[in-house]
Design a protein around this ligand. Structure first.
Ligand code: CDV
Length: 310
């Protein structure tokens, strides 16, 4: 048995005017709760430190940069790192990263119980658009504010297991899970900011959004025999309702813990990494069953090419 007690720390709404320090106080509060429940890993959402700012159209680079972190840890997040180290708690969280050479990424890190960053990921599948789109009921400007991640889908060893990170829209793409599955991943932690309504199809509401979110994460978990911890931002951010519905999913694709509110809420589950072994040795034993001679399209082609008309 290799049991990790995971705390999925769903965050309720963060308003535009809220300072990072206020958010970090909430994160620390949940970390304290997680510690009292004997958790050893706490997982926070995508862009945890602020509201989901890509909904706002901005042109001024100085204004845009106010949403980004130049260093990690920095003055604002230092108390969080300090608390985690004091409690011996590992954590993953997302933030907007501005590199020293001026590149903007949507990033997540895994910090171990001693305060060392052992895993870092930059979001590969950026949804949305780069220019103001008047046809949408609200904006989703990730393609404007971030570059696609340049680190691939790395995995790393920590907590006696093999871990990986991805971020929000990445969860909808089977390639995300398979790239980590091919490295033997045993637990994927991911954060998401999913509005309750589709900005291009207003009749697609929360129930459908939640269904799709669970569908892709459950499939990714099962098909790669890995734990998946999906942690949401929830509640009403300045009039924009976020989906919530954080989940912990076992390697058989079953939901074992699920958020019940749209607030700051901790889900706890003891996850045995050895539960990943059976699936990896049987139906999803990649070495025995994959047929890569038929998969070249996946890496050589981006869009659809239809068969010729007869
Ligand atoms: N932050 C995200 O990546 N959100 C996307 C969009 C499409 C809503 C998502 O996949 O949930």
């Amino acid at each position: 048995m290799r049991v990790i007690t995971v705390a999925a720390a769903q965050m309720g709404a963060i308003q535009k005017e809220e300072e990072r320090e206020e958010v970090i106080a909430r994160m620390i509060n949940m970390m304290d709760q997680a510690h009292r429940a004997n958790a050893n890993l706490i997982v926070y959402p995508e862009l945890t430190l602020t509201t989901f700012f890509p909904r706002y159209y901005m042109e001024d680079l100085l204004e845009i940069n106010t949403w980004f972190e130049n260093d990690m840890p920095n003055a604002s997040t230092q108390p969080l790192f300090k608390k985690a180290k004091t409690l011996g708690m590992a954590m993953t969280f997302g933030y907007a990263e501005l590199t020293s050479d001026g590149h903007h990424f949507n990033t997540s890190i895994h910090v171990d119980a001693t305060g060392i960053i052992v895993g870092k990921y930059r979001k590969v599948h950026l949804p949305g658009h780069s220019e103001f789109d008047p046809t949408r009921s609200f904006q989703h400007l990730e393609k404007r504010y971030f570059k696609p991640g340049d680190l691939g889908f790395p995995t790393y060893r920590t907590l006696d297991g093999i871990f990986g990170l991805c971020i929000c829209n990445d969860r909808r793409w089977p390639e995300t899970y398979r790239c980590m599955g091919l490295q033997g991943v045993e637990m994927i932690t991911l954060g998401y900011n999913t509005p309750s309504v589709n900005s291009q199809k207003n009749e697609e509401g929360r129930a459908k959004r939640q269904f799709h979110s669970n569908l892709v994460m459950q499939a990714g978990a099962y098909q790669n025999s890995t734990w998946v911890v999906g942690v949401a931002k929830a509640g009403d951010e300045d009039g924009h309702d976020m989906c919530g519905g954080s989940v912990i999913i076992n390697p058989e694709g079953e939901i074992v813990a699920e958020a019940k509110t749209d607030n700051d809420e901790l889900l706890l589950h003891s996850c045995d990494l050895d539960d990943t072994i059976f699936g990896k040795k049987t139906i999803f034993d990649f070495a025995r069953h994959r047929r890569i001679e038929h998969y070249s399209r996946i890496t050589s082609q981006i869009g659809v090419k239809f068969p010729p008309k007869s």
